[in-house]
Ligand binder design. Sequence first.
Ligand SMILES: C[S@@+](CC[C@H](N)C(=O)[O-])C[C@H]1O[C@@H](n2cnc3c(N)ncnc32)[C@H](O)[C@@H]1O
Length: 323
Amino acid sequence: MRATAPKLSKGPNRWVARQIADPYVRGRQTAAFAFRSRAAFKLLEIDDGHALFKRARVVADLGSAPGSWSQIAASKMGWFRKPMHVVNREAETRREMFRAAGRQPSWSDEIDPHDDAEDVARGRGTIIAVDLKNMPPITGVNFVQGDFLLPDVQETVRMLIPPDARSGKRYVDLILSDMGANMSGNRIKDSQDSIDLCTAAMQFAHKNLRPYDVSQLGGTLVMKHFTHPLLIEFRKKQLEPYFHRVFYIKPKASRDESSEGYWVCKEFMAAPKKKAAGQGTSEAHRGETREEREGTSEAHRGETREEKGAAQKTTDEEDDGWW
Ligand SMILES: C[S@@+](CC[C@H](N)C(=O)[O-])C[C@H]1O[C@@H](n2cnc3c(N)ncnc32)[C@H](O)[C@@H]1O
């Protein structure tokens, strides 16, 4: 069943009330050791179905701050000696001690699974994270602060990719893009911003994502987008020709009222695939139908909201802070 927040009144306390009612925000504070954002649960859910990290040696996390996706990448790639559930348990015991002493633990009292030098494992591979905002360090993660739309920022990220042992080329196996511009409430501008970020992620994939060859499968791109008919066109023209399979996912942890969704694009090919006459891939078609349905209904919901003059933030962006 989808986790939905109860209906809440408008007003300055609406955001706080919604946060309190949100099981994923509560989960972030209790079950999770120190996920920096509830966005963590979206990636965990996507990963459940797609085993994203299984073969990945180089991961790029685009739009990484405050850092929960990078935390997951670091954990999955062996940079924490302890598994997350052990750290969670320790964090909970520590919170109990604070409660018993009548003290409310603050962020600085949280266990950071990376801060104990004794406990740093030698993980596999390389993780590169980039964001406009600063991101506190995570062991195993190389962070670049900058605007990913700028070519020199992309080049800085590229130079952190280690050259492939066989070919000497720099390849990323997994690109995670959770980038999202602040929503202005203007549907046309917001769609354009979303397309710009998706385009930048895809251009980066063309240059750096490991392409399929006879010895190994091509890389994977996970990309957030804000559902809109214009983006269906993007999927058809920019994604489907270059990936063997493209899936649309709306994680349960993504709020119902948010128009965000994720594409999981698997098995990248450097050259566009050729379709036999009158034939598309079944995956693409299945996804496309579902996506179109989602896109249309989201677009209609958006119009109605705007017509009513009740344009509100409809993304999870506002929730992805240190909360
Ligand atoms: C939803 S948050 C990401 C949350 C993150 N995945 C996590 O788990 O903590 C979206 C991020 O995208 C970043 N972003 C938006 N536009 C960007 C750009 N042009 N270049 C780099 N980062 C960008 C924002 O600064 C923001 O931190």
